[in-house]
Design a protein around this ligand. Sequence first.
Ligand code: VTB
Length: 346
Amino acid sequence: MDSTISLEIIEVVEQAAIASARWMGKGEKNTADQVAVEAMRDRMNKIHMRGRIVIGEGERDDAPMLYIGEEVGICTQPNAAELCTIDELQEIDIAVDPCEGTNLVAYGQNGSMAVLAISEKGGLFAAPDFYMNKLAAPPAAAGHVDIRKTPTENLKILAECLDRSIEELVVVVMDRERHKGLISEIRAAGARVRLISDGDVSAAISCAFGGTNIHALMGIGAAPEGVISAAALRCMGGHFQGQLIYDPAVVKTGLIGESKEGNIERLKSMGINDPDKVYNANELASGREVLFAASGITTGTLMEGVRFFNGGARTESLVISSQTKTARFVDTIHMTGDKPRAVSLY
Ligand code: VTB
């Protein structure tokens, strides 16, 4: 993978975050998403790369932009051989979520971000638009906790790995009816629960960083975002496991079909013969090189949201690279006004 991509990709998530943040608090989640998609796509198409969207806004018919299979980048043009170097012509796979937590943006709440993951061709699991049961935990617990164990067992293991009591653990869970039992069990085990209304990618990656006071993410969210979370945790050595949910009795709304058998067939047609398989971070983001980038739209645990001022905007982003073994926080001032002016540092 060409190393300049990791620098340019920062601008991709920054531009998506800025576009979406203009719609913060306006109550229009679809617009907040759409403008992020457009901005992300525009900026991607200015990069010397040969990208293919493997996780995006949906199938081509439903999503006019950043649909699954869409090619992005200068090196996808017919005359690419004249425009690009051999390195830049290597095919890469891209998973995007231009506005993760659309409701959070629409209602001006914390924790939304523009996010993506990149790897060489075949390096990211092309997850179907299903739900996924997820378990994320810090590097110290990687490989010790296991989604096949009960939450109570995992909390005991987590406490041991982190050298603290269960009472000192905080688990993030999405506030959903389907998590009623899970929430009761975590509380009964002694840990504390942080309920979020949306945005489990932010919660998952927060597990990889000490000092966030987030020690695990448990529960069911969307599968495509599970792959993006796994990409970050794979680079950081954190724990991530995901198991697809295909039984409408477990999750009734949204992404999966009405019939369990029908869903199993759908998975088979996508090449997934074992619907109960537990995927770990290395399987969901298996590439030799994996790159993760995110920019805060509204303020979250790891990043500030976009702050607009007269003549510009300021963003905070995070780029994690398996190649350089870095997690880089980038604080950027974008000067958009015509007249040069002094920018406050605080
Ligand atoms: C959302 C969103 C998450 O999953 O909850 C979605 O906030 C699906 O769950 O961040 P619901 O259908 O219950 O809302 C995520 O997008 C990602 O996992």
